[in-house]
Design a protein around this ligand. Structure first.
Ligand code: GLU
Length: 311
């Protein structure tokens, strides 16, 4: 597929989904669940599945991690149907969206520091900064009474008072980097995604993304938030010792474990054969109604499991 990201929205099929990892480290089992889940839903709908590299936050990134993640996805047979866009190359598009919001008076420069916002739990409702920064942040104004709800494809109705719970949303950080919320909204629209499938840790970001879509006059895709894999102590996998990388050289046990974690019966996958055969069988046997309607899923990572448990 040769569509450039800016024309991709015009040629969007009925279903186009995506997996958008941040290159902050190797993919772990929790990432694989979101990745495989979004791939299965796209294949089930007869749609496309694209990968986007969310390399917006250099201080948190690890050199080479994006390429390693893409190599892992290739080893798992999960290959983008469209061009792999890197957000680090999309600054002009974020700037254009920011300029529109600033010109409309929807966005404003903010000189408040983190410590000045500590009294309101980091939530910004009005500028309280005493000084002027050389490089202020830019925020989206969220008026009182901005309550946004949506129907999540798995978690059901979700509603949030965005003013009370998120406050004025950062679009460009004071350190000059683009904020995730702006980049994700601009790119999801530019790339023509009809369906956003991702981990439940982002459920409470979705109302502010919908608010931003409305401010920019962009369409709102459908959303489905898969359960977040947590370890035995209830910690998000990426923050725990269980977040060891999934094994590129042996993808089958992790794919089988992810299939089961997605609520699908182990016996629907072939007992032997390679990755392509497993993916073909999985795409044919996947039943979305079996997905666990949970926010969190305690699960041992495959490398912690005896082989028999992994199937
Ligand atoms: N880049 C985000 C992450 O790795 C996911 C963003 C999204 O799917 O909207 O957590």
């Amino acid at each position: 597929m040769s569509a450039a990201p800016d024309s991709a929205a015009d040629s969007a099929p009925v279903y186009r989904g995506r997996f958008a990892p941040s290159p902050t480290g190797p993919l772990h089992f929790g990432s694989l669940l979101a990745c495989f889940g979004s791939w299965l839903l796209a294949r089930h709908a007869g749609g496309e599945w694209w990968v986007r590299v969310e390399d917006l936050d250099p201080p948190r990134e690890i050199a080479g991690a994006a390429d390693r993640q893409l190599a892992t996805l290739a080893a798992f047979g999960l290959v983008s149907d469209g061009p792999v866009v890197r957000q680090s190359e999309r600054g002009d598009h974020y700037q254009a969206a920011l300029d529109t919001l600033l010109a409309d008076g929807r966005a404003f420069h903010c000189h408040c520091s983190r410590s000045e916002l500590a009294a309101t739990g980091g939530i910004h409702h009005q500028c309280v900064g005493s000084g002027k920064r050389a490089h202020p942040a830019v925020r989206l104004r969220v008026e009182p009474g901005t309550v946004i709800g949506f129907e999540d494809g798995l978690q059901g109705r979700f509603e949030q008072d965005v003013h009370a719970e998120a406050g004025d949303v950062v679009l460009r950080r004071a350190d000059g980097y683009w904020a995730y919320q702006l980049a994700v909204v601009v790119d999801d629209a530019a790339q023509g995604f009809s369906d956003i499938v991702r981990g439940a840790d982002l459920l409470d970001s979705t109302p502010r993304q919908i608010h931003l879509q409305r401010a920019l006059g962009l369409p709102t895709p459908r959303y489905l938030h898969l359960p977040l894999i947590v370890d035995g102590d209830g910690h998000k996998l990426s923050k725990s010792m269980a977040a060891l990388p999934i094994d590129d050289t042996d993808p089958l046990p992790s794919l089988r474990a992810a299939w089961v974690a997605l609520g699908q019966p182990a016996n629907r996958l072939p007992p032997a054969g390679g990755v392509p055969a497993l993916l073909r069988a999985a795409a044919a046997a996947f039943v979305p109604e079996r997905l666990p309607r949970q926010m969190r899923l305690p699960f041992a990572a495959p490398h912690n499991m005896p082989a028999a448990d992994a199937v």
